[in-house]
Design a protein around this ligand. Structure first.
Ligand code: SAH
Length: 243
């Protein structure tokens, strides 16, 4: 059984979108994963196929109706985790992505307008997920982000099996920087250590870069990364250099 995403959206034609290309696209063709998009509007009950209504209490915009959204959701619910894309949700992490990728797939609700009637979250088991602290016009791109992150982890999707493990965020650190030929470009040389062929030295250098970059670029990650590290030999050396 392949990993399967079911998307509930007002714009089903947006799927598989960019995931129909490149590695994810090939994996889709190969049947490693599957996506079906369900139009929420098909579950409207009135003549005008209404999916939204004005916000209770007044204010701008429209709110997706609880009855229509849950009718769509109930029609596909099968035990897979149900995610609703919303900037009010818990920020997506690589840890959660790994869990989702290891499961049977996901059902993903895409909002539009002002979002969903809050009561759906009280009556259905729905995980509210945000992809970051900014506001999109709809949940479709956010759903593609979730799927992209999961699909690349599925067995057989990425070329080198190891390349998933050393990435940024997998270890709680940013990954080290990368270089490729030519050895010199616009007066900049590839760091000598990377051309040394000394694999132990290279590994140590990469670890140091990874720690230094996390510390300077993402102090929030560094803090969560845990104590101890900052006292490590490389950490201590680096601290000296920066002072
Ligand atoms: N009024 C809402 C924003 C609605 S944006 C609020 O302020 O919380 C319209 C839709 O875009 C949302 O329902 C959601 O599905 C999607 N969306 C917007 N920003 C998002 C984000 N950061 N993460 C995930 N989904 C998002």
């Amino acid at each position: 059984m392949s990993w399967r995403a079911t998307i509930l959206t007002l714009y089903p034609e947006m799927f598989p979108g960019h995931l129909g290309q490149s590695l994810a696209g090939r994996a889709l063709t190969d049947g490693i994963w599957a996506v079906d998009a369900v139009n929420i509007r098909d579950f409207a009950t009135d003549r005008h196929r209404t999916v939204d209504d004005t916000p209770a209490g007044g204010g701008p915009g429209m709110v997706l109706k609880a009855d229509v959204v849950t009718a769509a959701l109930d029609s596909v619910a099968d035990g897979r985790p149900v995610l609703a894309m919303t900037p009010r949700g818990r920020p997506l992490t690589q840890t959660r992505v790994r869990q989702l990728a290891a499961g049977p797939g996901a059902i993903i609700l895409c909002g539009r307008f002002e979002g969903f009637d809050e009561r759906i979250f009280h009556r259905r088991a729905i995980e509210e997920v945000s992809i970051g602290d900014y506001v999109l016009s709809g949940g479709e791109v956010a759903a593609l982000v979730v799927m992209d992150a999961c699909v690349r982890l599925l067995p057989g999707v990425m070329g080198a099996a190891s390349s998933g493990i050393e990435e940024s965020h997998e270890s709680g650190l940013l990954e080290h920087p990368h270089y490729t030929r030519p050895p010199e470009w616009e007066g900049l040389a590839i760091p000598e250590v990377l051309r040394s062929g000394d694999h132990a030295r290279i590994a140590r250098w990469r670890r140091e870069q990874s720690e230094a970059d996390t510390r300077s670029r993402r102090p929030d990650l560094w803090d969560h990364h845990g104590d101890g590290r900052i006292q490590s030999p490389s950490g201590a050396r680096r601290q000296k250099k920066e002072e």
